[in-house]
Design a protein around this ligand. Structure first.
Ligand code: HMH
Length: 209
């Protein structure tokens, strides 16, 4: 019996919750987040999404044709998301061409390394990155303005439906994966959770956006 995304979440429920709850999100929910912290997250998340888009393109390269529709829709959504980030940065007079902070670099390097992984591992990591973000913003919803727009982007039912599609595709790939690929998929899942926790914490670092 193959490994499934549901099993991964159930087996690692504590790490899953820890990656999806953070004072940053709580500050956005209540409106008490400091401007500098929100700005740090916004700029660094844009830098993350740039590399996540490259990762999405590599996942498509490794995917069976039957998985193209979902992944192509995902890439189109990322095009809109990148332009949405630029709009928000301009509105807040934030520069986007700043260096990546350590947790962002670490996350991007992880996604680069995944290029060498078999498709079931890539599909699991791709699902996990979107799924845990969906869970995190949903947990902290509804948020007060102006953060409500951010909560809706990743916490919405529409984004949840996309995550479901990624879940099904990852399950399908894992269903025919070898034992070693399943072990790698589980390790990648756990690494995503650890990197997510570090990424939230980055908003509270002393570095400036
Ligand atoms: C850190 N994880 C992080 N940023 C994101 N935008 C997503 C996941 C979802 O795309």
């Amino acid at each position: 019996m193959g490994l499934t995304c549901d099993q991964l979440v159930a087996r690692h429920a504590k790490a899953w919750e820890e990656a999806a709850r953070h004072p940053f999100l709580e500050g956005c929910r209540t409106g008490t987040i400091a401007h500098i912290q929100f700005a740090t997250w916004l700029v660094q998340d844009h830098l993350f999404v740039v590399e996540f888009t490259r990762f999405a393109a590599r996942v498509l390269t490794a995917a069976p044709v039957a998985h193209f529709d979902v992944l192509l829709n995902g890439l189109t959504a990322l095009r809109d998301e990148l332009s949405w980030f630029r709009t928000h940065a301009i509105a807040r007079s934030l520069r986007l061409d700043v260096p990546r902070q350590a947790p962002c670099v670490q996350y991007c390097q992880f996604m680069e390394r995944l290029a060498q992984a078999p498709y079931p591992v890539q599909a699991t990591a791709f699902w996990a990155i979107e799924a845990v973000y969906n869970h995190a913003w949903q947990n902290a919803s509804p948020m007060v303005a102006p953060y409500d727009e951010f909560a809706r982007r990743w916490g919405s039912a529409e984004f949840g439906a996309y995550v479901e599609q990624l879940d099904r595709q990852a399950d399908e790939a894992l269903g025919t994966a070898t034992g070693s690929e399943q072990v790698q998929a589980e390790a990648a899942f756990l690494e995503v959770l650890a990197l997510e926790a570090l990424f939230w914490q980055m908003a509270f670092s002393r570095e400036r956006p």
